[in-house]
Design a protein around this ligand. Structure first.
Ligand code: FAD
Length: 434
């Protein structure tokens, strides 16, 4: 089969790939120099939409409405944009072998792609219950959500009249967003997770109590402290029951599993240095192989602000790391220097009519402020994290754009505080006055 050669190849066609392509264009990439190779059949899109607008009962988001870079207020890169720029968008193509020594990628169909510089942007894959041998986990109507084809399958199940009861396995981002999405589609929803409260990696018990109360008021049943240990199926092979480890059995005709994701690094094992489960990079997203960069979910990079090495599985970092890598590639080609990546962690989520943002680090003492009564129509609350006398992280539900901006400033500047009680009393006005 014919071999194709490009100066630059981006492996993966998700969020990072799309933002990298825009930056390549800004930097003056020439027609024919860049290719994006993606397993997915569609041009890069804003993945977070899949668990939000894509599942709305009315006015649902559909492509081409959420191609990158609309999620950050930028131009929407339609498939024509890539062809106009002379960027090869090689879709529906899974790379099954990567040989970094000979700079060669080989697809499942046996095509060979050569590159001079490679950007690895393969993202994450979901953790599947069949990986743990959970009994019955291969039944139909047990869904995972990562790519648009997964979302399409889920939409079909949601729209089917016979499906009225759902069990959501997992209490993280996906669990919370999917429970809300199914509930607004008028489906009976039960969430199951083993931890004492939802989203324990970020939420404190105080933050979680608000969301758990709010969800309960919306009719979502929450079962904590146990896990799905097995599934039963009907004669058509469709899931019919979820068996919990504590012995309870829940009826279900839809199950959505959100128990985490793993960075997709398998193709590069032994060829680049790894750390913390990801591909180790410097502050320019260059890996231990100087012609190979890694961005987005797969990159373990120096988080300068916190003086740590971290991997971040969030869309804001996917966008910014991609831009940084492309800037660094052009700078190195033109013997210029650019600043090292100096990232301020930023995560957000939206579900029902709720919306929160978080900046910085959730380390140290936490200080809850504001109206966090889930039954209050005026609910608006937040949390600061204080470590060594400094505010290092900030969370806010139902904020205004100005307040979120102030939160980011606080997390970046890390102002000192004397009293946690005073900080709680000041609440959001503390951030607005920094
Ligand atoms: C449903 C959902 C909702 C989310 N919501 C939020 C949110 O609200 N806020 C937030 O901050 N973050 C959210 N995230 C996380 C965010 O979307 C990711 O961090 C981000 O997409 C990572 O970008 P990426 O480019 O590294 O990987 P991805 O966007 O996952 O792209 C990876 C691409 O690589 C392709 N690929 C992988 N392996 C191969 C191969 N061997 N050959 C060819 N192609 C390959 C994949 O098909 C995919 O196209 C969400 C994620 C999901 C799944």
């Amino acid at each position: 089969m014919a071999e194709k050669a490009f100066k630059y190849v981006i492996l993966g066609g998700g969020v990072s790939a799309g933002y990298a392509a825009r930056e390549f264009s800004n930097q003056g990439v020439k027609p024919g120099e860049l290719a994006i190779i993606s397993k997915e059949a569609v041009a890069p899109y804003e993945r977070p939409a899949l668990s939000k607008g894509y599942l709305f009962p009315q006015g649902a988001a559909r492509l081409p409405g959420f191609h990158v870079c609309v999620g950050s207020g930028g131009e929407k890169l339609l498939p024509e944009w890539y062809s106009e720029k002379g960027i090869s968008l090689i879709l529906g193509t899974e790379i099954v072998k990567a040989d970094l020594a000979s700079k060669t990628l080989i697809s499942a169909a046996g095509e060979t792609f050569k590159y001079q510089t490679l950007i690895i942007a393969t993202g994450s894959s979901v953790i599947n219950l069949t990986d743990f041998g959970t009994q019955g986990a291969e039944a139909k109507n047990i869904f995972y959500l990562r790519e648009i084809i997964d979302a399409d399958e889920l939409v079909k199940a949601i729209k089917s009249e016979k499906n009225k009861k759902a069990v959501i396995v997992g209490g993280g981002y996906i669990g919370l967003e999917l429970s809300a999405a199914l509930r607004i589609n008028d489906i009976d929803v039960t969430m199951v997770y083993p931890e004492p409260w939802c989203m324990p990696r970020l939420f404190t018990s105080g933050i979680a109590a608000f969301y758990e109360g709010f969800y309960a008021n919306k009719g979502v049943q929450i079962i904590k402290g146990t896990v799905a240990a097995g599934f039963s199926a009907n004669e058509d092979g469709e899931v019919s029951e979820v068996k919990l480890k504590d012995g309870r059995v829940l009826e279900a005709d839809i199950v959505v599993v959100g128990v985490g994701a793993r960075p997709r690094t398998a193709l590069f094992k032994g060829q680049v240095e790894e750390e913390k489960g990801g591909i180790k990079t410097d502050g320019f997203f260059r890996t231990s192989n100087p012609d190979v960069y890694a961005v987005g979910d797969v990159a373990t990079f120096p988080l300068k602000l916190l003086n740590e090495i971290r991997r971040v599985e969030h869309v804001d970092h996917a966008r910014k790391s991609a831009e940084q890598a492309v800037k660094a590639i052009f700078a190195s080609e033109h013997k210029r220097t650019i600043d090292e990546y100096d990232y301020l962690p930023y995560f957000y989520s939206r579900a029902f009519d709720l919306s929160w943002q978080f900046y910085g680090d959730n380390a140290g003492d936490d200080v809850l402020f504001g109206d966090h009564d889930p039954t209050s129509s005026a609910h608006k609350f937040g949390t600061y994290w204080v470590k060594d006398g400094k505010v290092v992280g900030a969370f806010l539900e139902s904020g205004t754009p100005e307040e979120y901006k102030a939160l980011a400033t606080v997390a970046r500047l890390q102002p000192s505080v004397d009293s946690l009680d005073q900080l709680a009393a000041k609440g959001i006005s503390f951030a607005l006055n920094v």
